[in-house]
Design a protein around this ligand. Sequence first.
Ligand SMILES: [Zn+2]
Length: 267
Amino acid sequence: MMGGHHAASGAAAWVAVTASTPIALGWYPVSDVGVMTGALVCAGAALLPDADHHSGTIAHSLPPISEGVTRVVAAVSGGHRAGTHSLLGVVVFAAIAWVAGLVSVPTERFGELLVGPGIMAVLLVAFALRALRLTRKGTVWPWLSSVGLAVLVAAFAPEEWYWMPFCVGLGCLVHLLGDLLTTRGVPLLWPVRIRSPRWVRRRALVLDDLWTPRGNVSVPLLGDAGSWREWVVMTPVSLYAVVGVGWAALQQMGFDVTGAWQRLAGW
Ligand SMILES: [Zn+2]
């Protein structure tokens, strides 16, 4: 799946799970500020599994930090589409976010400053902005925009980052789902890799698509990455994320969007 689509699916999943509006599920309710900022962070987290590639879009998103991060991730996870695209990878990324949550600095002015989650947010927001083509390579904008957002949250809503581990886990899971729906599939059980037996390959059964010769699992409903089918599915998903974030923003500004919606629905 394409980077921009991964980012959009992360934002959409966050809105669906955390917003308490009639168009969302509200399973893990957060504030309106949490819905807005989390959507951007989750969009970035949904790109994290592809940080195993040091020449990809992600690597250039926040130079020189992002290059360093992608090199380390690639070395630890066994290369592209290996460890980071497994359930174990999701758990490890969420655990890193949880540990980062323990890193804080007490200040007189702002109380406990959550430095660890703040740094993670800067990186993930930079991933998201780059994949959504909102920043360009090699400019100061990636730094200004992502650091600016993290500082804003730290100053006005310092309690927000508590959802970081959940947000990172959700984003990574959504990434796996996105790649699972394309023909290449994902090594869900990595480091265990069970190659399909030869009789499956020889007879070219449906099973041959679901269980690739390399041992990846795939449900290729979207075909190859970047296909027209991917666009057909991902365009409404992206729109949903935009509407969900806009809804939270209007509510935060004091507009009773949910009330208006209910009055319309009651008609
Ligand atoms: Zn991927």
